[in-house]
Design a protein around this ligand. Structure first.
Ligand code: ZN
Ligand code: ZN
Length: 394
């Protein structure tokens, strides 16, 4: 059943040569298919059944023998864009931006990319058109020439979507609406589209374009705001999800990252891109508990700011430690357990009457006249009218 149906692929491509894209552009798929995508047939790990559903990949499909040879590094940066996503990936001097955060972070994303040395983008992936993902994508498209824009095949009537369409048109390129199983080469790495299996979901979050990025032995799963329905489709398709690093879909929402999905991904590390004290209650306690259950470490942009990891093809190197075990990243159930009587050092904000762990990023922002260091128990502080910070949960 491992026949590579090259002929089928050619027919499928020919059959859908012309269609009207969501931004109203006529897209010549055959012409737009970027070089990387055509390597689907070459790398042998991918095959497509007649149904168009990618062949179920047994774990052997990506075994060590098949792992692409790596020469350079791959760097993945999870930008702190508050309540939103923005991921910059670099390999061999090529850059890819996956989502760009909301409006107030758009110029931050553009200047971050400039400072990182970006002059052009090989890929931009717009997972879906929600504002907390799309605004910075528009900023980036207005600032840098881009070769290929992968996006979700649906339309919406927001201004930011119109701006996105204009920015794409301005570049003289067409959107590519990828299908599950499409493979793209990127620098020293490659990525496979893992979702969505359809662009007709009731919830546009489930239309999110998601990829599994592979660099040597290391892998990353990044699926926008994909929720339960899309996750179930991924699990059912049997596409390889197992990844070292998983960006928690939908900012750690309870509607994503089901226990079954987390088991299939079995990440070593989960990154949560989420706004401090956001009104959605992200990340959910259930997700944090299920992440803890699969034994993964957690990085959080709300607690740690921008987080960067570098792959040399064998190992991963993070720019910082995971969110501290104690009440920050892991199981909230551990928070303050039996800690009431213990003597600890806390940082106080005498103005807001909040207390923080010394490692809390919020503690750094306290002005010197309001800041005080306190050594003692939690109980003493609460009795004095202080409340624990929602961020570091001391
Ligand atoms: Zn969304
Ligand atoms: Zn979102």
């Amino acid at each position: 059943m491992k026949t590579r149906i090259l002929k089928w692929m050619m027919t499928a491509v020919a059959a859908s040569v012309l269609f009207v894209g969501g931004c109203g552009v006529q897209t010549d798929l055959a012409a737009e298919m970027p070089a990387g995508a055509q390597n689907v047939q070459e790398n042998g790990a991918q095959s497509v059944q007649e149904s168009g559903i990618p062949n179920v990949q047994e774990s052997g499909a990506q075994d060590a023998g098949n792992a692409p040879e790596t020469e350079g590094d791959l760097t993945v940066t999870f930008l702190d864009v508050g309540q939103g996503n923005a991921v910059l990936v670099e390999s061999e001097g090529e850059y890819m931006l996956i989502d760009g955060g909301d409006r107030e972070y758009s110029s931050f994303v553009v200047s971050y990319l400039k400072n990182a040395g970006v002059t052009e983008l090989s890929y931009v992936i717009s997972s879906h058109y929600d504002a907390d993902h799309l605004n910075g994508v528009v900023g980036a498209l207005n600032a840098f020439p881009c070769e290929t824009v992968l996006a979700a095949d649906y339309v919406t009537d927001t201004r930011v979507y119109d701006s996105f369409c204009e920015a794409v048109a301005e570049q003289g390129i067409s959107l590519v609406y990828p299908s599950v199983g499409d493979v793209y080469e990127f620098g020293d790495a490659e990525f496979t589209v893992v979702c969505p299996d359809s662009y007709d979901y009731a919830d546009v979050n489930d239309d999110s374009v998601g990829i599994r990025l592979v660099h040597g032995d290391n892998s990353f799963l990044i699926c926008g705001d994909a929720g339960k329905a899309s996750e179930e489709a991924m699990l059912e398709s049997g596409i390889l999800l197992d990844s070292d690093v998983y960006l928690a879909s939908h900012h750690g929402s309870d509607g994503s990252s089901s226990a079954e999905f987390l088991e299939a991904v079995s990440p070593e590390t989960v990154v949560i891109s989420v706004g401090e004290d956001n009104s959605y209650g992200h990340p959910s306690e259930r997700v944090l508990a299920d992440v803890a259950a699969v034994g993964a470490e957690i990085y959080r942009t709300d607690l740690q700011g921008t987080v960067t990891v570098t792959s040399d093809g064998k190992e991963l190197f993070w720019n910082t430690e995971p969110a501290a075990e104690r009440g920050q990243g892991g199981n909230a159930g551990e928070t303050a357990s039996g800690g009431a009587e213990e003597t600890e050092t806390y940082i106080l904000n005498q103005n807001t009457k909040k207390f923080h762990l010394p490692s809390c990023a919020s503690a750094e922002d306290i002005s010197s006249e309001n800041r005080a260091e306190f050594r003692g128990s939690r109980e003493e502080l609460t009795e004095a009218g202080y409340e624990p910070c929602q961020r570091c949960k001391p």
